[in-house]
Design a protein around this ligand. Sequence first.
Ligand code: E4P
Length: 296
Amino acid sequence: MKMRPNNLKTRIFLDGGNADETKEIVELLGFLDGQTTNPTLISKNPGARKRLESGEKFSPVEIYDFYRGVVKTLSGLMPRGSVSIEVYADAATKAGAMLKQGHEMFSWIPNAHIKFPTSREGLKAAAQAIQEGLRVNMTLCFSQEQAAAVHAATRGAKKGEVFVSPFIGRLDDRGENGMDVIANIIRMYRNGDGHVEVLTASVRNRDHFLYALKLGSDIITAPYDVLKAWGEQGMPVPGNDYHYDAELLKPIPYKELDLNSRWEDLDIRHELTEKGMERFSADWNALIKMEKRKIA
Ligand code: E4P
């Protein structure tokens, strides 16, 4: 029977919205520590695709029920894992509206982490969510400043209650070395109290995955193809001789930041966070008929 490799310290999540893939990966690896979903991934779920292809979109209530059904199935497959559920957030969505959705989604399953964007409103919502007993996963993080703000905004939370998801593939896509952000955040968090766990996200290939393991990321979420290939190769865990080749990607230098700053004082704006919110909300809205398309 397959088992987690003894030298694997990182928790492994699947990045996806299709429970059939989850079942396959659980069988292949012999374990899976959790799953991350997002509006784009839910829009690619085969059930959602089939319905859209038949020419029928979802009503706002139906799409919400559909998302709940998917995460309930995932939760059942990994009762001791974590399942991340993302709130709808476009440029106009206020913290209060995000928080309201977060509470509703958190009630769907016992092992939820609620994804809020690492924007001003998202951080406001997360700070409040932590006070109110929710677990959070701060998504669309692209900078060390944003990760410092997550640490500051969720101060007082216990380990396990807060993840931060730096997106490496989308930085690579525009010529910057996304893996530097992972290395920099892990280094910066050594000065912190350990309550925020780094969840390497937007993994596109085997080298992202292996280097995140070598860097000691607390968690990695990877798409089906990457996890499948890793499982088929016998789940290798890289040693000290592993070298990540960033090729021509532009390095992202480390910054000295004070984790005790107020999060409101940090420069957390990032163009890719805004673009990411636009894309997630557009993918979600494309699933819905009726004018009022939001899930809350
Ligand atoms: C996971 O939490 C993220 O939403 C996901 O990894 C984003 O990946 P992408 O940049 O490939 O869309």
